[in-house]
Design a protein around this ligand. Structure first.
Ligand code: SOE
Length: 390
């Protein structure tokens, strides 16, 4: 039926589950998208998932994701569970005929990401859609950056510097969480933050990372056992026996882009004072662009063609009605926040389903990011050797 809503099942309701839920709640109120219904929230603990569903706007709950994806009345499966579940749930959901959203990074390994991309190829031929949620692509300032670059406004790109710095692991007595176990998360800051960086660098520049040399560092190698409940990032509790940390706290890489630029990337969850500092600097032969997520409504643009005496970075406040997405929200100048990028991503997804156009970021793009992460790991275990991605 043309007007029946697309019914969503979401798996997970911690930090990312909350972020996704708010996007599902809001997307059809602000954007002209096909109607959606928050049908089922899935989680293992019945009482906790019921309480979360009530708060976050879900109509019902379930504890077994397999039963949910087998249902005929579910159209979209949204996976906000830890990385160890991404491949299994996404492939099963695609095989069951569902559209799929997977929180980033796509998978815990290249091998898993390859299987997911192959499952999507088969599903795409049946008219299904899938994305990996690299939500920063949908921050209006980064869309403007991408368009300025595509329009040649900064010319040939020579340098790209990207950093994603957080500090929530600085305290070495902080508890363990699933994000610190390789079997659960695949990697640490590398996958969690480096995946965003690799994606945004490639997406905004329109170029692929061709080769990279990098490293990994774990500053705190064991932490008190705790649990990773709640809506925050770090687990709670702690004080239990020490458990080994099996992922990196920080990662870095220096490489080259397909257009010839040099790229530098650094990510960490131990940069005290930096809460959620994603910064991007792109320098071309005609202009430059810088962005800082902590001021996400702003883009800095340097136009090398301005008169010499008037040159300087100009601050573009990306909140005008004709800037991407923001006209759907508030009048000019009324700023938006981090969570809006999820709503924009879901609007894009729903439009692509409605219009039968390719959905992005695709699993193939997620796989490409996964290869960058693997190349950094390979380089790190080979004394920083230069790894080619082809
Ligand atoms: C934790 O480091 C985290 O929540 C990431 O997992 C998200 O992808 C990022 O957007 C914010 O920080």
């Amino acid at each position: 039926m043309a007007n029946s809503p697309l019914r969503v099942a979401s798996i997970g309701y911690a930090f990312m589950g909350k972020a996704h839920s708010q996007a599902w709640r809001n997307v059809a109120s602000y954007f002209d998208v096909p109607p959606v219904e928050q049908a089922v929230l899935v989680g293992r603990q019945p009482d906790a998932v019921k309480a979360a569903a009530q708060k976050l706007g879900w109509l019902s709950t379930a504890s077994d994701w397999r039963e949910v994806i087998a249902r005929d009345d579910i159209d979209i499966v949204d996976i906000c569970a830890p990385g160890r579940m991404h491949a299994e749930v996404a492939i099963a959901a695609l095989e069951a005929g569902k559209h799929v959203i997977v929180e980033k990074p796509l998978a815990n390994s290249v091998e898993e990401a390859q299987r997911m991309a192959a499952a999507f190829e088969a599903a795409e031929a049946r008219g299904q859609h899938a994305i990996v949620n690299f939500n920063y692509r949908r921050v209006p300032a980064l869309v403007v950056a991408q368009r300025l670059i595509a329009d040649g406004r900064i010319g040939t790109i020579r340098h790209v510097r990207a950093a994603y710095l957080q500090d929530w692991l600085t305290d070495s007595s902080g508890p363990m969480s699933w994000r610190l176990r390789k079997e659960d998360a695949g990697s640490g800051a590398l996958g969690d933050l480096g995946s965003h960086v690799a994606d945004i660098v490639q997406h905004v520049t329109g170029q692929n990372i061709l080769a990279i040399s990098g490293g990994l560092r774990t500053f705190v190698t064991e932490r008190p056992a705790g649990d990773s409940g709640g809506g925050g990032i770090l687990g709670s509790g702690g004080g239990g026996p020490l458990e080994p940390v099996t992922v990196d706290d920080a990662a870095w890489g220096t490489g080259e882009l397909s257009g010839g630029a040099v790229v530098q990337m650094e990510v960490t969850r131990m940069a005290l004072g930096r809460k959620n500092g994603l910064t991007l600097e792109i320098y071309g032969d005609r202009g430059a662009i810088t962005f800082d997520l902590e001021n996400l409504n702003e883009l800095q643009f340097f136009d090398g063609r301005d008169a010499a005496g008037e040159q300087g970075f100009r601050r573009i406040l990306v909140t005008e009605a004709d800037h991407p997405y923001v006209g759907a929200w508030w009048p000019d100048g009324h700023i938006i926040g981090w969570e809006h990028s999820f709503t924009h991503q879901f609007a894009e997804f729903l439009w692509s389903i409605r219009d039968s156009t390719p959905s992005t970021p695709s699993f193939a793009e997620g796989l490409r990011v996964q290869r960058v992460l693997a190349a950094i790991e390979e380089s790190a275990s080979n004394s920083g050797s230069y790894i080619r991605l082809d």
